[in-house]
Design a protein around this ligand. Structure first.
Ligand code: ZN
Length: 322
């Protein structure tokens, strides 16, 4: 297991490994992982990406981190898992794991007796996340999603947890930063489960639409390096960043199955009542018209033509007061 491996290798070195788990549900699953042991003591950071199968800047940046980080310059240790959801990644499936149709990021901390995603979540959580002091979970808009880049953390009561999470979130030089309320137990996202388990955790969302470009990869990589500075793993000054505190204000869900024609673009300002898109049938007749429920800025929208009832179509945000 990765954190045991960290303790077994020489200070100032790294090692490649492959995670395997004994569960029958996971018998064919092999997950590449790189462990890095710094020359000195310091925080234990888990960097994971590829929880969703069609989000590529995170895996690319995590691989680059594993190759470029100098263990001799590091204090503390890092476990890097660039692609946690192997079957979704190789299957090129959006949102869900093909083995059971579940969204891996809605089943943490998992269940050892559950379905494929639940067992995978449980084993990953216990092996990689729970022993760490901090977690960075790298996401993007999925194959059919466009979003404005942001980092997010939870406003938990524990000062150490909150401060460490916030310092990592700020270290990512993304346009927006989102402070979420402390997550209730029915929030089964990885970062939520992690912070409830006492692990400082940050969600990073950069890129989308199944694209991998250098700009997004660099943004994530640079954020990872600056995070290492922010939590004291690298003895270098933190590069100053200037994200804007954003809060989600409203969203629009599909009220029926249909063909989705968004009429907004990313970062567009809309006023309450502005038309933001329509659903049609396959003859092109309009089934539903959607208007902005409140004033705000488009921070996310779905980009695929066929959508299902209940799909999240548009999210609006705005600068937070504090
Ligand atoms: Zn994701």
């Amino acid at each position: 297991m990765p954190w045991e491996l960290v303790n077994s290798i020489d200070p100032g070195t790294s090692e490649r490994t492959v995670l395997r788990f004994p569960d029958s549900a996971l018998q064919d699953i092999e997950i590449p992982c790189v462990v890095v042991r710094g020359a000195g003591d310091g925080p234990k950071l888990a960097v994971v990406a590829g929880v969703h199968g069609g989000e590529y800047p995170g895996p690319a940046a995590a691989i680059r981190l594993s190759r470029e980080i100098d263990p001799a310059a590091l204090s503390g240790s890092i476990v890097i898992v660039p692609v946690v959801n192997q079957t979704a990644f190789w299957g090129r499936t959006a949102f869900v794991t093909p083995d059971d149709g579940k969204n891996l990021n809605r089943v943490f901390p998992g269940n050892p007796d559950g379905s494929f995603s639940e067992v995978l979540a449980c084993r990953l959580f216990d092996a990689v996340v729970r022993p760490a002091d901090a977690l960075i979970d790298l996401h993007s808009g999925d194959i059919f999603e466009s979003l404005s880049p942001f980092s997010g953390f939870y406003d938990v009561l524990d000062d150490t947890l909150r401060t460490r999470s916030e310092s990592i979130a700020w270290a990512f030089d993304l346009p927006s930063i989102c402070k979420y309320p402390a997550p209730p137990v029915d929030n089964e996202c990885l970062t939520a489960a992690a912070v409830r388990a006492g692990v400082a955790s940050v969600l990073v969302e950069v890129g989308g639409n199944g694209l991998l470009n250098t700009e997004d990869e660099n943004a994530v990589f640079d954020g990872l390096i600056n995070s290492l500075r922010a939590i004291g793993c690298l003895d270098e000054p933190v590069q100053p960043t200037s994200p804007v505190r954003f809060e989600p204000v409203a969203g629009v869900d599909a009220d029926k199955d249909g063909l989705w024609r968004p009429e907004v673009s990313l970062d567009q300002q809309v006023r309450a009542g502005d038309r933001i898109g329509v659903l049609t049938d396959q003859f092109g007749d309009v089934l539903s018209e959607f208007t902005a429920p409140e004033d705000g800025q488009v921070v996310f929208f779905m980009t695929c033509l066929p959508v299902q009832s209940g799909d999240f179509l548009v999210a609006l945000g705005r600068p937070a007061d504090s």
